[in-house]
Design a protein. Structure first.
Ligand code: MLT
Ligand code: MN
Ligand code: ZN
Length: 304
């Protein structure tokens, strides 16, 4: 299985267009510190690939990776579709940018699809441009999502979803509660027996998520905030990191202590511009390195 990391930033990206915080200013001064919105490309054995989340950067992300370029036919693209972990704008706005596709498949859970259809009118807007087809993520027959078996994403790669939280996007704040508004994705390669777990938004570390992480060979997890107080300290929000839907890395209840116990290769992604990890010289990098945990970078390739 080949997975390309197309971006590693939380909503807004780094730098964020209207932000002069140290992280964003540092990225303007040092272009190597720039991070596009968090996304992956997962390649299947038939030469196709699926994007995991479609970010506002999707056009630039495709251009930055030759394996995602079109050809040899004039409108032939390897990108078959998009898998969504949630309905947040930083993970879905790119769908509108992909309207030039002849056809686009979207894999999403029921509430995520409903949010895009009912609140953002995705099908109504894109219908005149491209043929959208939907696949329900992770559910087969009447089974609960967490019990659903892996299904083929495409040849060679199976996919299933683990419910993570009922956190709704702000634009759908009034929508009904559902345990799979946010999911983690389990990507499984039958030929190699290897599994990648991708969880860019983790509000709570459930037993099901822990089991999936313990079984995985590579775990790519929410690294939005370094500590619980970061959103308040930096003036981003009056809420804690956890209340914003993102378990912090460090401190009680932080994910670093959990990841350090796993046998998998572990990486953080979805870094907010307030996170000190956006500065490569920050001492927090040494702290993670001592725990054997990595910070994902844009362009990283994971082959399993
Ligand atoms: C999040 O990750 O919490 C969301 O993307 C926040 C947002 O962009 O509103
Ligand atoms: Mn986000
Ligand atoms: Zn900033």
């Amino acid at each position: 299985m080949l997975v390309q990391v197309l971006g590693t930033a939380a909503g807004g990206g780094i730098p964020q267009w209207n932000c002069a915080c140290p992280g964003c200013s540092g990225a303007r001064a040092h272009p190597s510190r720039r991070r596009k919105h968090a996304s992956l490309a997962v390649h299947t054995d038939d030469g196709h690939c699926y994007l995991v989340n479609a970010t506002p950067d999707v056009g630039d992300q495709i251009e930055a990776h030759p394996a995602l370029h079109p050809g040899p036919g004039p409108r032939q693209t390897p990108i078959a579709g998009v898998v969504l972990t949630d309905a947040e704008l930083d993970h879905t706005l790119g769908l509108w940018r992909l309207r030039e596709a002849d056809a686009l498949e979207i894999l999403a859970t029921v509430p995520v699809r409903q949010a895009l259809e009912d609140h953002l009118r995705l099908s109504e807007a894109l219908g005149p441009y491209t043929a959208l087809t939907w696949r329900e993520l992770g559910r087969r027959g009447g089974q609960a999502l967490r019990d659903a078996p892996d299904r083929p994403l495409g040849p060679g790669v199976h996919i299933s979803a683990i419910p993570v939280s009922d956190k709704r996007p702000r634009y759908a704040a009034g929508a009904a509660a559902h345990d799979c508004w946010v999911v983690a994705l389990r990507l499984y390669d039958r030929a190699t027996g290897q599994t990648v777990l991708y969880a860019p938004a983790v509000a709570a570390w459930s037993d099901a998520l822990h089991q999936a992480a313990a079984d995985a060979d590579c775990v790519i997890v929410d690294g939005t905030f370094w500590d619980e107080d970061e959103p308040r300290r930096t003036g981003l929000s009056a809420r804690t990191a956890t209340a914003m839907g993102h378990l912090p890395i460090e401190g009680p209840g932080g994910t670093a202590g959990i990841l350090a116990q796993l046998s998998a290769r572990c990486l953080y992604t979805h870094l907010n511009n307030t996170n000190r990890l956006v500065d490569p010289a920050a001492p927090e990098h040494k702290r993670l390195a001592r725990l054997g945990i990595e910070v994902a970078d844009d362009g990283m390739v994971i082959e399993l």
